[in-house]
Design a protein around this ligand. Structure first.
Ligand code: HEC
Length: 486
């Protein structure tokens, strides 16, 4: 019976997995439901402005990262058809907002998710097709106020730390190296719940040639740590971290903020410096002065984390073998979790040929697709799971990532698809890694998290992201049932 149930479960979720793989081979839309039909009239003031305010204005406003402001009817009207086109692309390169989570598979709740619902996409299409009417001015929501030109997604940071400006000449080659370490001005140890890194530069955003992501930024990436003092840490600390040496999620161009598990906020120790010996600067064709700003949201004073950050490598560079002139190529990598683990974010890291990545958890018979996302190397995105759905995986779970590669002329990110591609650090070589954040739980913490997850999902036999929850829920039910001879 128990086995039968597990088997049934395998079939149910297995279908989705088979579907996902099939999707990579044929069309990524095989599982997509028909778009919703909007019958009522759609106007800018009533329907469209609230969507733009929530999901677009953060970038599309005066001096924002987007090429044009979309804050008033006059600004938006000329772009109506283009907005329809860009919001209707689905989870692929080119979609606006740049967020590629597939909505028909895997976990669907993420922190700071700016994406549009299918109904909203359909409303925008209907609005554009019916002449983009303004509607009743009285329906217009009040304009959103932005404190400064560089609003932070994480809200006003508790601390902002800035690197020194660098000048990247318009004609300079790529540069890799170290930056001067930056002291972090805190009087006592603090724990970080969210961190956002962004480039601030003097690019003229009104210049029509500056309207691509590559034209707007020069800091290609920065791999960094914080460390107490400036002495070089030992090898082990460099890899695994310690109280005094903390590795942070990498900053990359187009990157969004990181939100850590509330029970595993990350330590920023008094006397720390931001240290990086892996900076890559890439000219955008004009002389540009630029620095990075690190915004931190702190946990309250006195906070202590309950969980440890996990160091699980998941990726395979060595075997990357991408054939010339062909689409729909797959890469696979696996790892086994040696301790109960909670996955707090998924971050596909591919290079130019990458178009999609899926994350699967395999436990015994059970295969669960946790997330599938599209990928555009211009917009590297991390996806933080909402706390109440973050995958809870038992010791022994196999994590599997599948990368989908398009090395053909239909992928505009690839400079010359006639070349075979292998592994390497340069953008024209490849990587295949999930850079997501994970935390390690003790067996007791794991059981408690599962109990809470089951309690929050009454009556559910299958809880996506928690392969053992169904079994534990059954055991709970059996234990609560009176036995025959009572
Ligand atoms: C994270 C910042 C960001 C967000 C959020 C965002 N955009 Fe964009 N948008 C950009 C940038 C940068 C470009 C130019 C580069 C590109 O196309 O990727 C762009 C390009 C566009 C274009 C194409 C402009 C052209 O020249 O053809 C349209 C249309 C657009 N965005 C609409 C939207 C809409 C509508 C939303 C919300 C539903 C949105 N964007 C959300 C940053 C953003």
């Amino acid at each position: 019976m128990k086995l039968g149930r597990q088997f049934g479960w395998q079939i149910t979720l297995g279908t989705a997995v088979v579907g996902a793989i099939a999707a990579g081979v044929s069309s990524p839309f095989v599982l997509r439901a028909a778009p919703p039909v909007i019958t009522e009239e759609v106007t800018y003031t009533k329907d469209i402005a609230p969507i733009l305010q929530r999901s677009c204005e953060n970038c599309h406003r005066t001096n924002g990262a987007g090429p044009m402001p979309l804050t008033t009817y006059e600004e938006v009207r000329p772009w109506a058809r283009s907005i329809k086109a860009r919001t209707g692309i689905g989870p692929h390169a080119g979609v606006m907002p740049p967020w590629y989570m597939e909505k028909n598979i895997g976990i669907q709740k993420y922190k700071d998710d700016p994406s549009l619902s299918d109904v909203e996409v359909a409303k925008i299409a209907k609005w554009a097709d019916s002449g983009a009417p303004r509607g009743n001015p009285a329906d217009m929501p009040p304009a959103k106020q932005y404190a400064d030109d560089t609003a932070w997604r994480i809200g006003t940071p508790d601390l902002i730390v800035k690197t020194k400006d660098v000048l990247v000449k318009g004609n300079s080659p790529d540069w890799w190296g170290e930056i001067e370490s930056v002291p972090i001005p805190i009087e006592e140890d603090r724990y970080v719940l969210a961190v956002e890194v962004k480039e601030v530069n003097d690019v003229d955003l009104n210049n029509k040639e500056r309207q691509t992501v590559g034209g707007r930024y020069v800091w290609h990436h920065l791999i960094y740590r914080t460390q107490v003092g400036l002495d070089a840490p030992n090898e082990l600390e460099l890899i695994a971290g310690s109280e005094n040496v903390v590795n942070w999620p990498v900053h990359e161009v187009g990157r969004n903020p990181d939100y850590f598990d509330p029970k595993a906020a990350v330590l920023l120790k008094k006397g720390s410096y931001i240290v990086s010996d892996s900076v890559h600067l890439h000219s955008n064709g004009r002389d540009t002065n630029a620095h990075l700003e690190f915004g931190y949201k702190f946990a309250p004073k006195g906070y202590k984390p309950e969980y440890r950050r996990a160091f699980v490598g998941l990726g395979n560079g060595v075997d990357i073998d991408i054939k010339a002139m062909s689409d729909n190529q797959q890469l696979h990598a696996y790892t086994v979790l040696n301790e109960p683990t909670k996955i707090t974010s998924f971050e596909p890291h591919l290079h130019a040929p990458g178009t999609r990545m899926c994350l699967e958890a395999i436990w015994g018979y059970n295969i669960q697709t946790l997330s599938c996302v599209g990928y555009d190397h211009n917009w590297v995105r991390g996806y933080s799971y909402a706390d109440d759905v973050a995958p809870l995986l038992p010791k022994g779970t196999i994590l599997h990532i599948i990368g989908y590669m398009n090395n053909s002329p239909s992928n505009k990110n690839v400079p010359d698809p006639r070349n075979w591609q292998g592994s390497g650090n340069r953008s024209i070589a490849n990587m295949f890694i999930d850079l997501g954040n994970r935390v390690t739980l003790t067996e007791e913490q794991f059981q408690n998290e599962m109990k809470a997850r089951i309690a929050a999902n009454p009556g559910k036999d299958i809880i996506l992201g928690c392969p053992l929850c169904g079994i534990v829920a059954q055991q709970q039910k059996a234990a609560a049932r009176p036995t025959q001879n009572q």
